[in-house]
Design a protein around this ligand. Structure first.
Ligand SMILES: *[C@@H]1O[C@H](CO)[C@@H](O)[C@H](O)[C@H]1NC(C)=O
Ligand SMILES: *[C@@H]1O[C@H](CO)[C@@H](O)[C@H](O)[C@H]1NC(C)=O
Ligand SMILES: *[C@@H]1O[C@H](CO)[C@@H](O)[C@H](O)[C@H]1NC(C)=O
Ligand SMILES: *[C@@H]1O[C@H](CO)[C@@H](O)[C@H](O)[C@H]1NC(C)=O
Length: 494
């Protein structure tokens, strides 16, 4: 889920941050909308990053991509009918978000979507003709339903409310391909209204990868349709390696973001065993683990038990969010840290010190370390950084107490396993670590040739519950970028 946390005194800081980076997705779940306030002026500076002009980048990337024969959309024809597939990811804005590529319709057309294990709806920005959104500097490619012969429309409204942001449109059904698989009738939201800057070019939408039970649309998520088909996958799991560019001074806005695999793990990207921990019973339909312990500078901070320890493992969130009391205790162990003035949510930390923070989940004895480079989420001035752990006011409902986002996930190989329901982490291999390299080519989408296909009987009507679900949205969770908070009302995309 990509939901913003905006303690009001930080607004100016965030505005400045947005102004300089345009798509930041430091996020927390389902918070009340907060209007921006004035009165504070802080300038956010990134560590200096030489920039190339876009044409140079594109030419260079295309050349590299072609040279390596990178396949972004799925399997080679020769490899059809294998029961696993992959999708190369793109890292957007120095680890703010990670997107992959799906293809929709007949003929299939590729779109970039945020891969979000913290929500469960698929949606895509849409327009009535072949065009791109005119809002913003960089147009967003729009899905054109009339150009697809396999598309079926409906009048069923689709809406997901994410904190102060939202997307709205109608439900449609079409063929969707991703990571070497195809669902013949996948229900998804055709979004024609979105909070501005919810989408940042070249991203056109979002693929929710949590469980159907939290889908606002009620539709079976793509991954679950494939898993439910029984025959399609080698193993009922999805795995991520996410690259780190936050500390690479030469990193550009789009970089190689890592590897997603569906149906199998990629053995070259981790070492040792995958440490699976079960999703606790009673957990809502996120990928939840019990957060057992946080270790900060050698001190143990306990996080409570039961739902207080529920932590959503969320590729769609940039940082790590948790309850204020525990965050206060965490930062009490960070010398020189300070709550950002008036802010309940963010703390500053000295930039020039490496702090040691690690997390334990479930009943595991493994403690997974967060790199100090990831803990320094953003730089405010020469000496002051913003810590990647931030507080979210308890928002009740099914919102998990903790959101464990990319700040953590970059440090491990992560596996989301449907059966038995669990999330596993493993140590990154040296090969995986070497892929956090701004010199690697940025993946470019190619349409998957004839992927493994699944006839999703439950997809077209959202498991028979789409209209029920839409009568009263189930769990409004999901995507919002920082920027969306400030820009208020929804705008038409086309
Ligand atoms: C839109 O794009 C599709 C696929 O590229 C093409 O077949 C169709 O002719 C286009 N329609 C218009 C109105 O340009
Ligand atoms: C970035 O951070 C990682 C993890 O802390 C470290 O191994 C790597 O050397 C850093 N890279 C740069 C360019 O500082
Ligand atoms: C494993 O990941 C590497 C690095 O992205 C990739 O080159 C390779 O093709 C992947 N292998 C499989 C089987 O997915
Ligand atoms: C459709 O969904 C229902 C309820 O979730 C499930 O029992 C049934 O097996 C599903 N059918 C298919 C074909 O996936």
């Amino acid at each position: 889920m990509k939901i913003p946390l905006l303690p009001s005194p930080l607004s100016a800081l965030v505005c400045a941050w947005i102004a300089t980076t345009s798509v930041d997705a430091l996020v927390a779940p389902q918070l009340a909308s907060r209007a921006p306030t004035s009165g504070q002026s802080m300038t956010v500076v990134r560590r200096s990053r030489p920039r190339l002009d876009p044409d140079t980048i594109n030419a260079w990337a295309n050349e590299k991509t072609a040279a390596l024969g990178v396949k972004y959309g799925g399997l080679n024809p020769a490899e059809q009918k294998r029961a696993s597939g992959m999708n190369l990811l793109t890292d957007q804005q120095f680890d703010s978000s990670y997107f992959g590529s799906i293809a929709i319709g007949t003929p299939p057309v590729s779109y970039n979507v945020i891969l979000d294990t913290g929500s469960a709806d698929l949606w895509i920005a849409t327009g009535s003709s072949n065009q791109t959104s005119t809002s913003g500097n960089n147009p967003i490619p729009l899905f054109n339903p009339t150009a697809s012969s396999s598309f079926t429309g409906s009048n069923t409204p689709f809406q997901v409310t994410y904190g102060s942001g939202a997307v709205a449109g109608v439900i449609g059904t079409d063929k969707v391909q991703f990571a070497g698989f195809e669902v013949q009738s996948q229900a998804f939201g055709l979004v024609n209204q979105a909070t501005p800057q919810l989408l940042a070019s070249p991203v056109s939408g979002l693929m929710g990868m949590a469980f159907q039970t939290i889908a606002s649309s009620g539709a079976t998520p793509f991954w679950e349709a494939i898993v439910n088909s029984n025959s399609a996958l080698d193993s009922p799991l999805m795995a991520f390696h996410l690259t780190r560019m936050i500390n690479a001074t030469s990193a550009r806005d789009l970089e190689f973001g890592g590897t997603f695999t569906f149906g199998a793990v990629n053995n070259s990207l981790f070492t040792g065993d995958i440490d699976y921990q079960n999703i606790p019973s009673g957990a809502p339909g996120f990928w939840i683990l019990d957060l057992d312990q946080i270790n900060v500078q050698g001190k143990t901070v306990s996080v409570g038990s039961g739902s207080a320890a529920f932590a959503a493992i969320d590729t769609g969130t940039t940082g790590i969010a948790g309850p204020t009391e525990v965050l206060t205790e965490i930062y009490a162990n960070i010398p020189g840290s300070q709550q950002l003035s008036g802010s309940q949510g963010f703390w500053s930390i000295p930039c020039n010190t490496d702090f040691s923070v690690s997390l334990k989940f479930g009943s595991s004895s493994n403690s997974w370390t967060v790199s100090p480079d990831d803990f320094r989420l953003q730089q405010i001035d020469d000496n002051t950084c913003v810590g990647a752990f931030f507080a979210m006011p308890s928002s009740g409902g099914q919102t998990p107490s903790w959101i464990i986002g990319d700040t953590f996930l970059k440090n491990v190989y992560s596996v989301f396993r449907a059966s038995p329901p669990s999330v596993g982490f493993a140590a990154l291999s040296s090969e995986a670590i070497s892929l956090s390299d701004p010199n690697l080519p940025v993946p470019s989408p190619t349409t998957a040739p004839a992927p493994n296909s699944v006839n999703n009987n439950n997809g077209s009507d959202g498991g028979g519950s789409a209209s029920d679900a839409l009568a009263g949205f189930k769990v409004p969770m999901g995507l919002v970028t920082f920027a969306s908070l400030f820009l208020g009302a929804m705008i038409a995309l086309a």
